[in-house]
Write a protein that binds this ligand. Structure first.
Ligand SMILES: [Zn+2]
Length: 355
């Protein structure tokens, strides 16, 4: 009997220890999962304010409005700051732009020219290094998400990128940040299939042209109809070429279209195809210039459409690629709308409920 009691005690002690270890282990796993779920990054650098464009809708005050809103709503301190300081963007810029264009942009800034290629693309002497920094922040953000130090993120970038072509600037854009991100994820991180959803009200001609012969990058743009808005491309019949045929999707909306038309187009024509593509990483080229208050377009969207599309994109990323999603800022020229819509977007990425 005595022997049995001793054995029971020993067994009991071992079991307690064992269950204790299991519980500790489970708590550790929960903590790790919890922190991964919550971490959302914010890519931003004060240098972005040094791209001085004069009297121009794409101006430093856009980012100031975003940052002030994030601070006012107490989100700023909860975001993982990404500044691109240890990244050399130059080799990666050349994965999407010609050396001739890069040199020409650098020279134009050094020579203090007021714009490059067209008056739309205003520049100042600092613009070259600001554009480099926008790419560096983007690539840093990709590294952080791939390294699981953040689940997802938003980069408040200037200058924007989606109109920039291989060998020229267009429509306020100098380097195509989202296209370079796609190249980087594939070449540096061996990510196979990339989805780029472009919600800017203008067609992302530069991004489309970068990947239109590529079946590993699915590019979809939702925008105001090209017959009625800059840059005049993004017709439904532009569907990709050669091996990339079917991997470009253009969804134009008529002027005056509101949340219902936008969400129907998005949910009926885009989401099922995106799910079938089953991406390994989701990039959003985010413009908020389709909002009814925006001065540069004639769509009639409200915050609701942007919030709903964001929710659906997060779900898509969760279902396809463990939630890996990075949003890069493109347009949005009404400062109040921009601050509010970006803050809502970030809250959703952080898994907050929007009232
Ligand atoms: Zn735009």
């Amino acid at each position: 009997m005595i022997e049995k009691d001793v054995n029971d005690d020993v067994t009991h002690h071992h079991l307690t220890h064992f269950y204790g270890m299991v519980i500790m282990h489970r708590i550790t796993i929960l903590i790790v999962r919890f922190s991964i779920t919550l971490a959302t990054l914010l890519g931003y650098h004060n240098l972005f304010l040094q791209h001085r464009t004069g009297r121009h809708p794409e101006r430093p005050a856009r980012l100031t409005a975003i940052i002030e809103t994030l601070k006012h709503e107490n989100l700023w301190s909860h975001l993982k700051s990404v500044t691109g300081d240890d990244i050399d963007p130059d080799p990666w810029i050349l994965t999407n732009h010609s050396q001739e264009y890069v040199n020409r942009l650098q020279q134009a800034c050094q020579n203090q020219l007021p714009f490059i290629d067209s008056p739309d693309s205003a520049i100042c002497p600092d613009s070259y290094r600001v554009a480099q920094k926008a790419v560096a922040v983007t690539l840093d953000a990709c590294d952080i998400i791939i390294g699981q130090q953040a689940q997802n993120g938003f980069c408040a970038l200037r200058p924007p990128g989606h109109h920039a072509e291989y060998d020229r600037s267009l429509g306020f854009c100098l380097f195509n940040n989202v296209a370079i991100a796609g190249r980087y994820l594939q070449q540096k991180h061996n990510i196979k299939k990339i989805l780029i959803f472009d919600s800017d009200v203008h067609h992302g001609n530069g991004t489309q042209h970068s990947f239109e012969r590529d079946n590993t990058v699915f590019y979809c743009s939702l925008h105001q109809h090209p017959a009625t808005l800059y840059p005049g491309t993004g017709w439904p019949q532009e569907v990709g070429e050669g091996p990339g045929r079917g991997f470009t999707l253009n969804l134009p909306l008529e002027p005056g279209a509101g949340d219902d038309e936008c969400l129907e187009m998005f949910r009926v024509n885009f989401l099922p195809v995106a799910r079938e593509f089953n991406p390994d990483f989701v990039l959003i080229s985010a413009g908020f210039d389709g909002h009814r208050k925006d001065p540069l377009s004639q769509l009639n969207m409200s915050d609701i459409a942007y919030d709903e599309m964001t929710k659906d994109m997060i779900t898509l990323a969760q279902n396809c690629c463990q939630g890996r999603l990075l949003t890069l800022l493109e347009g949005g020229y009404h400062l109040g709308v921009l601050g509010h819509c970006v803050s809502n977007h970030i809250k959703l990425l952080m898994n907050y409920t929007i009232a």
